[in-house]
Design a protein around this ligand. Structure first.
Ligand code: DQA
Length: 156
């Protein structure tokens, strides 16, 4: 008897510029966990909750736009931390707006408690929801929320 293969829904995690430096970068703001550890945890959590997680990081605006365009019709949900582009990139915002899957914007730090130029997210009204200020837990909570929204888990 063959094993029954569980259907896993594809979910993409996008990290913007300088997030490859997590762990080394201003740890008092962003914590001591590196990006590889975050991505590894997300992949493992996804397996447990019916989501096939793939992760992408780029320091380049156009590369993120290309990735968003390439994911059209290929993913069921997305988590994105556009990092500094959150506050500047109409191009990334417009590319997000093309997608019609649930999208959760995550920020490690509480952007509303910081400099005024970080208070505005150009992505805010084209994403499903935002999680800010909870450190790496924000990514893990976002994945749990996606699993609930997509109905791949019964766990709250
Ligand atoms: C960030 C907040 C942004 O303002 C900043 O430019 C980042 C990280 C965060 O996760 O808190 O690079 O998106």
């Amino acid at each position: 008897m063959g094993k029954i293969k569980k259907v896993m829904l594809p979910v993409l995690v996008i990290h913007g510029p300088n997030l490859n430096m997590l762990g080394l970068r201003e740890p008092e703001l962003y914590g001591r966990t590196g990006l590889v550890e975050i991505d590894t945890q997300l992949v493992a959590m996804g397996r447990q909750s019916g989501l096939e997680v793939s992760c992408f990081q780029s320091n380049h605006e156009g590369a993120i736009v290309d990735k968003l365009q390439a994911s059209l019709g290929k993913i069921d949900g997305m988590i994105i931390n556009p990092a500094a582009y959150t506050h500047t990139s109409i191009a990334i915002r417009d590319a997000i707006a093309i997608l019609s899957v649930p999208i959760i914007e995550v920020h490690l730090s509480n952007i509303h408690k910081r400099e005024a130029f970080r208070h505005k997210s150009l992505m805010a009204d084209v994403v499903t929801g935002q999680i800010v200020g909870l450190g790496v837990n924000g990514y893990y909570l976002a994945l749990r929320a996606l699993a609930r929204i997509l109905g791949t888990t019964d766990q709250p």
